[in-house]
Design a protein around this ligand. Sequence first.
Ligand code: ADP
Ligand code: ADP
Length: 245
Amino acid sequence: DSLLEVRNLKKYYPVNKGFFNKTQAYIKAVDDISFSVRKGETFGLVGESGCGKSTTGRSLLRLIEPTAGEVWFEGRDITKLSMEDMRRQRREMQIVFQDPFSSLDPRNTVQRILEEPMIVHGAGNAKERRAAVERLADVVGLAKAHLQRYPHQFSGGQRQRIGIARALALQPKLIIADEPVSALDVSIQSQVINLMQDLQKEFGLTYIFIAHDLSVVKHICDRVAVMYLGRIVEITGKNKLYDQP
Ligand code: ADP
Ligand code: ADP
């Protein structure tokens, strides 16, 4: 039972070969990949830096417009949606970035940051939003008193909790986690991963978990797709992962 089905996805970035050379060249960042993600699973996307993981993750949400291919989510191809419908669609599909600092507005309190997606999507009135924000803080283990603080007043691990809370604000079905723990100390990494696993159980979430390092994903992923130079070279199930040294 699949939640997401990616068919022949491509993303070619045009590259500038210089002013006089008019031949168009492309970087084939994502070069014809297909995979499907089952409801409730954690699907890993791994591979060395530059192999196309982030481009894939962003293309699925159309934060980057794919060059070709189809992305089926719950029975419809969302690459065909208008941008307005796509923005609405993103209630169901959220992304968590490696460094939440870069995506958390430094001028806003955490309260405001967590409220923002609900305001943008017209979810609830002010009172309901406040209650929802307190629930979110609770769910990710953030003290209520901290809601009045600003992003720079938190450690990396706490900021990632804020990033995760914001991604959860609209009760999505799918979360694309793009190297969510890569910038964190190893001891903090496992805390964030444990949190993600708890949230998955509690809310029945489906994850796409992007990492350059197999060691991070192999404990939490049900299946892992290995990317190399824009292609998926292998999709491996959990049992196989544990066999590897
Ligand atoms: P990964 O997430 O696996 O590190 P990326 O998806 O970031 O890989 O990048 C894949 C390839 O696309 C790399 O060669 C990268 O240099 C190139 N690339 C990424 N973003 C752009 C862009 N905006 N313009 C041109 N090339 C890009
Ligand atoms: P802005 O908020 O000014 O649009 P951002 O860099 O914060 O710029 O976001 C760029 C795009 O990514 C926007 O369309 C925004 O809605 C979307 N976006 C930001 N954060 C998330 C998230 N956690 N999940 C899904 N989409 C997001």
